[in-house]
Design a protein around this ligand. Structure first.
Ligand code: HEC
Length: 293
């Protein structure tokens, strides 16, 4: 019984430590931080006004308080952010982006309810919730779709497949050869030059690709993954891959690579993994967690 009581006590303490943030901290301060603190903060204090802490904000400027608790209309801070943008007293000044309607509403509700530093988010059920910043899609390549005709023609001419990596056109293309690897050789890779910047993965296992082909691959600037399993590439050829700044993974299983080749791989800045099973290297795998920049 006693042990149970102790556990409950610890949980209660943890709950208290994770108490809900205040409305000021979670909603008001970030707006002032984003729009105002460059001119009204620790570094610069235009009109001797600081808006970077609760205390400073309530203390006001040289001319007096700018936030009157409970009195939105009488608060200079509110008046300044709701002036027409053409008014020279409008804040933020100097043509800086104006506050959104939601941001103004948040400041309005905060002042109206007493400009508190302790009220919680739950005390403001009608306050707008800031939209989460959209997760930017990182483009791995340019959009290949405008070149679809050319890509199809090259597939036909070389006998390889260039398959979209995902539904996102800027995720690039995967070069596939598995249905007929023996048809893919150094010459086929060379012919893909016009569209090579779209290729992020090249599956070349069991193809006729040699060190000559590696020189071509070295110009495929967006290549992230390269499978050379069971090909004729050698350690001497691997050095040519040095320009591949984005290459993250390379499979060299069952090739003639030895330790000289592995040390060439170590200069590739983004490389995290190399599969070396069945090679002459002492390692069967190269794994790097930290990528040097
Ligand atoms: C680019 C700099 C800049 C930014 C950003 C800026 N201000 Fe100002 N602010 C000034 C200057 C300069 C003054 C003094 C001149 C004036 O009163 O218009 C001033 C004055 C003020 C005053 C009047 C203080 C007084 O004397 O009563 C308030 C209130 C104010 N700013 C609020 C804000 C708020 C709120 C923000 C963010 C939404 C903001 N400012 C962003 C430059 C800036």
């Amino acid at each position: 019984m006693r042990r149970l009581a102790l556990v409950v006590g610890v949980m209660a303490a943890a709950g208290a430590a994770r108490a809900e943030p205040t409305f000021y901290t979670a909603r008001v301060a970030p707006i002032l931080e984003r729009h105002c603190v460059v001119c009204h903060g620790a570094e610069k204090q235009k009109a001797r006004l600081r808006l970077d802490t609760f205390e400073h904000t309530l203390r006001g400027a040289e001319s007096g308080v700018v936030v009157r608790a409970g009195d939105v209309k009488g608060s200079e801070l509110y008046r300044r952010i709701t002036l027409p943008r053409t008014d020279e007293e409008a804040m933020p000044s100097d043509g800086k982006p104006e506050l959104s309607a939601d941001e103004i509403k948040i400041l309005e509700l905060w002042i109206a309810s007493g400009a508190s530093s302790t009220k919680s988010l739950a005390d403001f059920p009608t306050a707008p919730v800031p939209k989460a910043a959209a997760v930017p899609v990182v483009a791995l390549t340019a959009d290949w779709r405008p070149r679809a005709g050319e890509i199809a023609a090259l597939e036909k001419a070389t006998g390889v497949r260039l398959v979209p990596r995902s539904l996102v056109a800027t995720d690039g293309l995967v070069l596939r050869t598995a249905s007929a690897p023996s048809r893919c050789d150094d010459a086929a890779l060379a012919r893909l030059a016009p569209v090579s910047a779209f290729i992020v993965e090249a599956e070349l296992a069991r193809t006729k690709v040699t060190d000559m082909g590696l020189k071509t691959l070295a110009t495929w600037e967006n290549l992230r993954r390269l499978d050379l399993t069971c090909t004729g590439v050698t350690s001497a050829g691997l050095a040519a891959l040095a320009p591949l700044q984005r290459l993250e993974g390379i499979n060299l299983t069952d090739t003639a690579i030895d330790d000289a080749g592995v040390s060439a791989l170590k200069s590739l800045p983004a490389l995290r993994r190399a599969w070396l099973f069945g090679t002459k290297s002492a390692d069967t795998e190269l794994v790097r967690n930290e990528v040097s920049k």
